[in-house]
Design a protein around this ligand. Structure first.
Ligand code: PGA
Length: 257
């Protein structure tokens, strides 16, 4: 079955609220017509409301880069799923930078995924192996364990709103990227087949899986042409209007049914 491709720009700690609004004001008209592709931007928390207002009449959706599973309470520095819910459709969780710098655990990724689904939103769950794990041949079992942990307790109904982003850590922001074929093989073995064994083949075929890690207009077609890749989670290239628009155009050309 055809899965709607999804291109999400993860801006990380970039763009002030004013810069973010100026950016989407320029980007939105360029990609407004590509309805066969889901287009998402993920600003910082402080820019979320301004970007959501700027995109209120646009088909481009907003994502938060994280959210806490509790609705409120004594969690200094955190922002809850309930707080971002009025402004976003998606929440990115489990990003390798959060896992590495903020001690994000598989258990917390699962808590967040369940809270995001309970709020009616869509989690983009990032998984991926380190260079050392990759070189040791541990990629598939490791990524499989991240997927299983993230999805624990999630019902098939919830899975319909889940997006999984496979991002080899060694490819993020480095200019190195996995070949399309290699990424597809890992995604199939570690993500789609894992979801297949948990939920059944039919449901696994509906799951949208992104590749991430140094995705650029120059390599986008190679990824989108793969049978198991349904889009991209993009850092660096999503910070440039022309590059972002080119990624959407390429995704639409390859898989915009
Ligand atoms: P990159 O980042 O495209 O800059 O490699 C991807 C990501 O971290 O999601």
């Amino acid at each position: 079955m055809a899965r709607t491709p999804i291109i999400a720009g993860n801006w990380k700690m970039n763009k002030s609220p004013d810069e973010a609004v100026a950016f989407v004001s320029e980007l939105a008209p360029k990609i407004a017509a590509y309805d066969a592709v889901d287009r998402v931007v993920a600003p910082t928390f402080v820019a979320l409301t301004a970007v959501a207002s700027a995109l209120a009449d646009s088909p481009i959706k907003v994502a938060a880069q994280d959210a806490h599973w509790e609705s409120d309470g004594a969690y200094t520095s955190q922002v809850s799923v309930a707080m971002v819910a009025p402004f976003v459709e998606y929440v990115i969780i489990g990003h390798s930078e959060c896992r590495a710098y903020l001690n994000e655990s598989d258990e917390n990724v699962n808590r967040k995924a369940r809270a995001i689904l309970a709020a009616g939103l869509k989690p983009i769950i990032a998984v991926g192996e380190s260079l050392a794990q990759n070189e040791a041949g541990e990629t598939v079992p490791f990524v499989r364990s991240q997927v299983e942990a993230a999805l624990a307790g999630i019902a098939p109904e919830g899975l319909k709103r889940v997006v999984i982003a496979y991002e080899p850590i060694w490819a993020i922001g480095t200019g190195k990227s996995a070949s399309g074929e290699l990424a597809d093989a890992i995604i199939k073995a570690a993500v789609r087949d894992t979801v297949g064994s948990l939920y059944g083949r039919e449901i696994a075929e509906t799951l949208r899986i992104q590749y991430g890690g140094s995705v650029k207009p120059g390599n986008m077609e190679e990824y989108m042409a793969q049978p198991n890749i349904d889009g991209a989670l993009v850092g660096g290239a999503s910070l440039e209007v022309e590059d972002f628009a080119a990624l959407v155009d390429i995704a639409s050309g390859v898989k915009g049914y």
